[in-house]
Each structure stands twice: as structure tokens, then as C-alpha cells.
Design a protein around this ligand. Structure first.
Ligand SMILES: C[S@@+](CC[C@H](N)C(=O)[O-])C[C@H]1O[C@@H](n2cnc3c(N)ncnc32)[C@H](O)[C@@H]1O
Length: 217
């Protein structure tokens, strides 16, 4: 099975030689960077202006948190587009590659990589303008076996993200819930913790289909 069709598993798909393979994959790089550009477009989506109180995004640079930043493809695109970026990554093998690129040819980009779990971020309340997460958030429940465990984990994380975000902060999430039931658990975890917004599904009937949640605090 090719890299494009194989479903990644956490943490195996991102450790050792798999981290190296991930970083070398031109298909993966193109895919992550294309999705990051789409996330920037969604960040400025006019329909989000009307969620909660009306507000329009103007000022750059915003500080953006990139949750599950991997080897840095998405963080690099965000920084190249004028954002200050904090990339959060839990695996040493992945963040090592991202930092290597940062100190090499990406030296001038405003990115800081933090080795941390999305569920336990070492960040202050109201310190982040917006959040983006690409192909990573579904993994935060990888250790949970029952719906109850998933709900607890999702609820704690949504609460924490709400705390670190500034008022009206936006959260653009692209992820791969296992099924409809799991998708609903993710959605309700955000609604219950003060986020609001809507979902966009691209090519829902295809294997390559992507699910986006466009949320606002
Ligand atoms: C598809 S990859 C990276 C995608 C990234 N957007 C990029 O451009 O390379 C998903 C990443 O999420 C990370 N991840 C999974 N669970 C995590 C967690 N709880 N906290 C932080 N990172 C996590 C994985 O280690 C992996 O590197």
C-alpha cells in the first residue's frame, strides 16, 4: 500500500525511519502545505465574522498555534504568510526535523517549536490569537478506548484551548474522525466549551476527502 492510501497510526507512523520518510515525502509536503493555505483562507472566512459578536480579522502578524506541527510543513507556510507561529509537537523525531529546517534554510521564519502534548500545553491564558491544526487533532484520543474516555479527553482539551485563546480567537481544524459518532463527539466538545462555528467537508465521498471545523471563541 502506498503512503497516500495507508491510514497513519500514532505514534508509529511518525517515529524513527517513518519520521524521516514523512519529512522526505514530496506528496506529504505538498498536501500539508496546500491544506495550510486553505486553513489561512478559512481563518478569514466571512461567515466566521458573524459567529458570536461580529468581528473582522485585519492585523497581521497574529500569533498562531499550529497543533501537531510534525516536521514543520504547515508551520512554515503560516510563517511565510506573515504569521508568528508556535508549533506544538509531541514526538522528538518529528520536532527534530522541524528544528533542523528552522536553523537551516528557514532561519528567517518566525517559528518557535515546542515539544509538548496538545492536551497539556505550557501556555498562558489569553496568549494566542488563533489556532490551526492539520491532520493531527484526531490523535489526541488515541489512548481512549471507550466513548466516556474520549469525551473526558476532548472536553479537557477544548477547555484548555478556549482558555489560552484570546476573545474572538479562531480555530481552524482539519482532522480525520474515525466515524460519524466520533465526529459528533469532537463537535460537541467544542460547543460545550464556548466555541461556535460550522463544518466544511471537501469531497466527503472520496478517500481523499477532508473535514474542516471553522470555530470561534
Ligand atoms: C500528520 S502529522 C503532522 C502534520 C503537520 N501539520 C505537518 O505539516 O507536518 C501529525 C502530527 O501530530 C502529532 N501529534 C499527535 N498527537 C499529538 C499530541 N497529543 N500533541 C502534540 N502533537 C501530536 C504527531 O506526532 C504528528 O507529528
Amino acid at each position: 500500500m502506498s503512503r497516500k492510501t495507508k491510514k497513519p497510526t500514532f505514534p508509529n507512523s511518525y517515529q524513527g525511519k517513518n519520521a524521516e520518510e514523512y519529512n522526505q515525502s514530496t506528496w506529504m509536503e505538498r498536501n500539508q502545505k496546500r491544506t495550510a493555505l486553505l486553513c489561512i483562507q478559512y481563518l478569514y472566512d466571512q461567515h466566521l465574522d458573524n459567529v458570536h459578536d461580529y468581528d473582522v480579522l485585519r492585523d497581521i502578524p497574529y500569533t498562531i498555534l499550529d497543533l501537531g506541527s510534525g516536521t514543520g510543513f504547515s508551520s512554515e507556510i503560516l510563517a511565510e504568510n506573515g504569521f508568528r507561529v508556535i508549533g506544538v509537537e509531541i514526538l522528538k523525531d518529528m520536532i527534530y526535523k522541524a528544528r533542523q529546517k528552522k536553523t537551516g534554510h528557514n532561519n528567517d521564519l518566525e517559528i518557535e517549536y515546542i515539544l509538548s502534548d496538545i492536551n497539556y500545553l505550557p501556555l498562558r491564558a489569553n496568549s494566542i490569537d488563533h489556532i490551526i491544526s492539520i491532520s493531527a487533532y484526531n490523535f489526541i484520543i488515541h489512548s481512549a478506548t471507550t466513548s466516556k474516555e474520549k469525551i473526558i479527553l476532548l472536553s479537557q482539551t477544548a477547555q484548555y484551548l478556549n482558555t489560552i485563546l484570546k476573545t474572538h480567537g479562531r480555530f481552524i481544524l482539519e482532522f480525520y474522525p474515525a466515524d460519524e459518532k466520533e465526529l459528533n463527539l469532537f463537535k460537541s466538545s467544542f460547543i460545550n466549551k464556548g466555541f461556535n462555528g460550522f463544518m466544511i467537508q471537501q469531497h466527503p465521498n472520496q478517500k481523499s476527502g477532508q473535514t474542516f471545523l471553522l470555530l470561534k471563541k
